[in-house]
Design a protein around this ligand. Structure first.
Ligand code: BTN
Length: 328
């Protein structure tokens, strides 16, 4: 899949920055006429793009849409080939991505919503998804890999996102097993992976990510105030949601490519070690039966948590559960 003509135009204008891009140049790049380019520009204006147009020099971008915009994101993706769908409101981007996979939408694609009415977290918990500038996005994928890979997907995406956050925003991002993105001990985001399996294949895969970009102007609700954080509290300036969304999509697609080539088998443990929020911490793990107490010592190649209990010779492996920290 190539970039759409409108995304090609937006990309050229973004790359040019303050400079003008000639209509003839855009027409040549698209293999179309200058009139068609002009028609695209008019439609872009309807979306909130503003241009300065000078007859002998061409077009210059002077304003961009203020909210999440599919073209601004698609234009910034390092490579074409992933459809970007931006919706104003949806029940859950994970549900919408699964519905689109069922209907046969070509994968990969990504569904982003400005707000969700039934955003979900792990263990069926609600995920607050107000239209407040945070990111709610889900990837629709058809990996055709073995279901045995399933437990590794969330940790693999998690460490990749954590690394992206370190590079993109220079924050000390960490991952708390199995799916929480954290800065310090506060939650910045989470990942919810869902799949439809055939007997020996993951047929439809949805990877949903919720990321807090913006501290609410009125502050966090009392019950969350000491538990959550947003990226802007650490960068000291507003985060451009379109720019960041493109970086997230680029990184997740690269990680997904790596997953299909089996890269996670060799790289997950080492990457996890670098980003592990629980490393050597005393924790309590709830996993259905009685709580288990011990020291977190990493994860294994399958993404299971390794818990070292006092006096035990070897750490135990846990595939699922809910971790709480024993405070120092
Ligand atoms: C968690 O930490 O429990 C996972 C949270 C995942 C939330 C995201 S927001 C986008 C996508 N749509 C959903 O309904 N959930 C995920």
């Amino acid at each position: 899949m190539n970039r759409s003509p409108a995304a090609v135009i937006v990309r050229a204008l973004l790359e040019a920055g303050e400079a003008f891009v000639s209509g003839a140049e855009l027409a040549r790049e698209l293999g179309t006429s200058r009139v068609t380019v002009w028609q695209h520009m008019e439609r872009l204006r309807d979306q909130g793009f503003e241009f300065e147009a000078v007859r002998s020099r061409g077009y210059r971008l002077v304003a961009k849409p203020a909210t999440l915009n599919a073209l601004l994101i698609e234009a910034r993706l390092p490579a074409p080939g992933c459809r970007v769908i931006v919706l104003d409101t949806i029940d859950s981007t994970n549900d919408e991505a699964m519905r689109l996979l069922t209907e046969g939408e070509p994968a990969p694609f990504v569904v982003i919503a400005r707000q969700q009415t039934k955003g979900r977290g792990r263990l069926g918990r609600p995920w607050l998804s107000a239209p407040n500038g945070n990111l709610y996005l889900s990837f629709g994928l058809r990996p055709a890999v073995s279901p045995a890979e399933m437990p590794m997907i969330t940790p693999w995406i998690g460490v990749n996102l954590s690394e992206l956050l370190v590079r993109y925003a220079r924050v000390a991002s960490q991952i708390k097993w199995p799916n929480d993105l954290q800065i310090g001990e506060r939650k910045l985001g989470g990942i919810l992976t869902e799949a439809r399996l055939d007997a020996d294949l993951i047929r439809d895969l949805v990877i949903g990510c919720g990321l807090n970009l913006r501290t609410p102007p009125e502050g966090w609700p009392d019950d969350l105030a000491d538990k959550v954080t947003a990226l802007d509290a650490h960068t000291g300036q507003p985060v451009d949601a379109n720019h960041f969304a493109a970086a997230v999509i680029g990184r997740v697609l690269t990680a997904y490519d790596g997953l299909r080539r089996g890269q996670h088998h060799t790289r997950l443990e080492a990457l996890w070690r670098e980003h592990d929020a629980l490393r050597d911490r005393e924790i309590t793990l709830l996993h259905g039966r009685a709580p288990v107490r011990g020291r977190a010592v990493g994860i294994d190649r399958d993404g299971s948590l390794l818990l070292q209990r006092d006096g035990a010779a070897q750490p135990e492996h846990f595939r699922a559960g809910e971790v709480t920290l024993a405070h120092r």
